[in-house]
Design a protein around this ligand. Structure first.
Ligand code: MRU
Length: 337
C-alpha cells in the first residue's frame, strides 16, 4: 500500500497508524494498527472516530490484512468484524462493501488494497468540494454554532462542517465559532477546540445547554453540523444533541446546515426511523472514563440512557452541503436514487 498521510490516519513505511483520539487533547499519541481485530476495537472505543474516518480506517486495515497474506475466508471474516464495530455511520459498511465488491468482480485480493487507497484520496477531494460549496453560505462577521467534531480528525482532508469553517477562515472571512462541548464524550470540548486552535479560528466553548440563550440573544447566525447517516428522505443521524440544536435553530429562525460527503448518504435507508442508533456504556454518562482519570459524579447504581446519536427530521434542515452541491432535503432522492 502506498504512503498515505492525514491528520489522524496514516500509512507510512509499510505501517498503519491512527492518532489516538481518546487521548486528545492531552497527548498526541500514534498507535500502530496490526490487525483488523485491533482496528475494530479502536473504532468501538473511539480511538478512531467520525463517520468518514472509521470507514477509511477500516478499509486500510482490511488492505493491510491482504498485504499480510490473509486468504479469502479470513478477509470475509475480518470484513464482517470491521463492519460491525459501530452500527450507525453508513460510511463503515460503504467502504468495506466497496472493497469486497471489487474483490469479487475479479477474485483479486489486490483490488482491496487499491480501493482503500482510492477511498483515502477521494475523501480529501470530497472535503475540498464540501468546503467550496459551503463557502458562500458563510458571511464575514458570522458566529457559527457547531456540535461534536467534524474536522481533519474525522476525514482524510480538511473536514466536513468544520472544514467549511476553516476553509472560509483561511480565505479571509471573519468568523467566530461557538463549540458545543458535546456530552457525554466531549468531542467538542476535547477535539473541536484542539482543531480550531491549530487552525487559528477564534472560538468559544459552551456547555450543550447554553445554545438556546445565545440564540435568543442573536449571538449565533448559522449552525453547521456533520452527519453519520443521511436517509434518502432527508432525515439524518448525528451525534446525540444534534436534534436539540436543530429544534432551537428552527425556533430562532437560524439556518441549520448539514455537511457530509456522499458516502454518508444511505440510498437504502428510506427514513430516519430506519437508522440503528448505537447505545453505549453507562459509565460514559455517570462520570468521565479515560486512561488518565476515572471520575464518578453520579450514584454508582444510577440507571443510564446513553444513545451515541439522535435523528433529526428533515423539516429542520435548511440544506445539506454535500460534495455534489447544496441540496434541499427533498432533492436527495433525485441525486441518489
Ligand atoms: O461518536 P463519534 O465521535 O464518532 O461521532 C461523530 C459524529 O457524530 C460526527 O458529527 C459525524 O461523524 C460527522 S463527522 C464528519
Amino acid at each position: 500500500m502506498k504512503t498515505l498521510l492525514s491528520t489522524a490516519l496514516k500509512h507510512i513505511d509499510g505501517k498503519l497508524y491512527i492518532l489516538n483520539q481518546a487521548h486528545l487533547p492531552w497527548q498526541e499519541e500514534w498507535i500502530e494498527c496490526h490487525s483488523p481485530e485491533q482496528m475494530a476495537d479502536s473504532i468501538s472505543r473511539l480511538q478512531v472516530r467520525g463517520a468518514p474516518l472509521i470507514g477509511i480506517s477500516a478499509a486500510l486495515s482490511l488492505a493491510k490484512y491482504v498485504e499480510q497474506g490473509a486468504n479469502e475466508k479470513e478477509i470475509y471474516r475480518a470484513a464482517e468484524l470491521l463492519k460491525s464495530a459501530r452500527p450507525t455511520a453508513i460510511n463503515l459498511a460503504y467502504c468495506i462493501q466497496k472493497q469486497i465488491k471489487a474483490y469479487e468482480e475479479q477474485k483479486d485480493l489486490q483490488r482491496i488494497i487499491k480501493v482503500a487507497e482510492d477511498l483515502f484520496e477521494e475523501d480529501q477531494k470530497l472535503c475540498k468540494d464540501i468546503a467550496n460549496h459551503g463557502f458562500d453560505l458563510l458571511e464575514s462577521g458570522d458566529s457559527v454554532l457547531t456540535h461534536c467534531n467534524t474536522g481533519g480528525l474525522v476525514t482524510t482532508g480538511i473536514g466536513t462542517a468544520l472544514g467549511i469553517i476553516i476553509h472560509a477562515h483561511n480565505h479571509g472571512k471573519k468568523l467566530h465559532v461557538y463549540v458545543d462541548e458535546t456530552r457525554p464524550l466531549l468531542q467538542g470540548a476535547r477535539l473541536t477546540t484542539w482543531e480550531l486552535k491549530k487552525a487559528g479560528v477564534p472560538y468559544t466553548l459552551i456547555c450543550d445547554n447554553m445554545a438556546a440563550s445565545l440564540m435568543r440573544d442573536k449571538k449565533i447566525q448559522k449552525v453547521i453540523v456533520g452527519a453519520d447517516r443521511i436517509a434518502i428522505n432527508g432525515d439524518f443521524a448525528n451525534k446525540i444533541g444534534t436534534y436539540s440544536v436543530a429544534v432551537l435553530a428552527k425556533h430562532h429562525n437560524i439556518p441549520f446546515y448539514v455537511a457530509a460527503p456522499y458516502t454518508t448518504v444511505d440510498p437504502n435507508c428510506l427514513q430516519g426511523s430506519d437508522i440503528i442508533i448505537e447505545q453505549r456504556n453507562a459509565e460514559e454518562v455517570k462520570g468521565f472514563v479515560s486512561d488518565y482519570q476515572n471520575l464518578l459524579w453520579s450514584c454508582e447504581d444510577a440507571l443510564v440512557y446513553n444513545p451515541a446519536f439522535d435523528v433529526t427530521p428533515k423539516e429542520f434542515v435548511t440544506a445539506f452541503i454535500i460534495d455534489k452541491g447544496i441540496l434541499k432535503p427533498d432533492d436527495l432522492r433525485y441525486q441518489f436514487l
